[in-house]
Design a protein around this ligand. Structure first.
Ligand code: B12
Length: 225
């Protein structure tokens, strides 16, 4: 088998282990990915996350329900725990503090966790407030630690408004200019980010790190991914 065929086979196995809701299989596939020299981030993105997306489609087709998705994310995290220590550390060497969380009303945290992991591997200091985070909690914590960036995540259209609320609160307290606010999550777009006066939007974890880097450089431009 060629190297390319082996890579493809391992990535498919990673994805299938998540769809099959099989933690042990995800761990074995992650170990195989490392053994075959596949880049850890590629294995996460093209293997585990591809499987998570497939599980999401099955949810939309009503073949899977919430319990299946929970077990799928357990399998994904099991694979992630093997791959995470091998993500290539490539520090941007920008001393910045980021406060990250999922906005109020939303408990989807897989994407946010991935963004946090990538930001940390790039050398940023990250305070993770978890999920279902009220606007005031973002603002209080950002002020308290002297954050440079506030990163807001949501996966639900119904909770997008709480990103807007967080920015309104920053403005209301007169501290908006102290922070760059970035937003992400599958229902979002650059257009929405502009409308709520965020500093930037990125579509995935790697672009999120690039975005933070760009925003913190002088004469930053708020476009990424
Ligand atoms: C897994 C999942 C769940 C799991 C969540 C487990 C967990 N701990 O996160 C469980 C089963 C708990 C769940 C529950 C629910 N879910 Co759900 N879920 C999903 C699913 C299948 C996958 C989400 C996921 O993890 N994707 C993988 C990650 C890696 O991708 P991501 O989150 O998009 O993140 C990437 C980018 O968006 C970006 N990013 C993310 N955050 C940020 C932040 C910043 C700052 C930046 C720059 C970038 C960024 O980078 C990430 C990495 O590349 C989606 C469908 C889908 N295909 O998206 C539905 C989905 C999000 N769920 C949905 C719904 C409706 C629900 C429930 C209400 C269902 C119910 N009836 O109970 C509840 C919500 C409860 C609540 N109040 O929060 C809907 C939302 C619909 C909508 N339009 O709002 C979706 C779209 C499914 C659907 N089509 O109906 N869900």
């Amino acid at each position: 088998m060629t190297q390319l065929a082996i890579r493809e086979k391992v990535l498919v196995e990673l994805a299938e282990s998540v769809v099959a809701l099989d933690e042990a299989r995800a761990i074995a596939a992650a170990e195989a990915a490392l053994h075959e020299g596949i880049d850890a981030y590629d294995a996460i993105q093209e293997g585990l996350l591809a499987g998570m997306n497939r599980a999401g489609q099955l949810f939309e087709e009503q073949e899977y329900f919430v319990p299946e998705l929970l077990v799928a994310s357990d399998a994904m995290y099991a694979g992630l725990s093997i791959l995470r220590p091998h993500i290539r550390p490539e520090s941007f060497e920008i001393p910045a503090k980021v406060v990250i969380g999922v906005v109020e009303g939303d408990t989807h945290d897989v994407g946010k966790n991935l963004v946090r992991i990538i930001l940390q591997t790039k050398g940023f200091e990250v305070l993770d407030l978890g999920r279902d985070v009220a606007p005031a909690k973002f603002v209080d914590n950002a002020i308290e630690i002297g954050a440079d960036v506030i990163a807001l995540s949501t996966l639900m259209t119904t909770t997008m408004v709480n990103m807007d609320e967080t920015i309104n609160l920053l403005e209301g307290r007169g501290v908006r200019e102290q922070f760059k606010v970035i937003v992400g999550g599958s229902p979002l777009s650059k257009g929405y980010a502009d409308r709520i006066r965020a500093n930037g939007y990125a579509r995935d974890a790697i672009s999120a790190a690039e975005l933070v880097k760009r925003l913190l450089q002088p004469e930053a431009v708020a476009i990424a991914g």
